[in-house]
Design a protein around this ligand. Sequence first.
Ligand SMILES: [Zn+2]
Length: 135
Amino acid sequence: MASRQIEDLHPDLQPLCREFLSRCTAAGVEPLITCTYRSGAEQDELYAQGRTKPGPRVTNARAGQSAHNFSIKGQPAARAFDVVPVIGGKPIWDASHPHWQTMGRIGETLGLNWYGNPRAQFREFPHFELAKGYQ
Ligand SMILES: [Zn+2]
């Protein structure tokens, strides 16, 4: 199981993530973190999905290539978190729901790279990543 713990994020991303969550709540959006850190083995398992295993393709990254796989001195230090808006206990995966744009705006205001932005290298609405420049 991939981690959902904020403590498994990069030290610079942890306070940004906490601020992101509280700003979302203040804006009337209930965010649910679905993934912070993912091990190399978990990443490879995800990569196999839709290729050598059944299911839809959900990632183009192999082990070590995803910002979720990042570690510092062997400790999880993911450079990205995935988050979905929840309404009445149900995750809203439909990216056309306005809550996604609210979350995206909040993340970008905090300097995070939001992959729901049309300028992202590929679209992945739940994915918020620490900007380059953080070691
Ligand atoms: Zn992600």
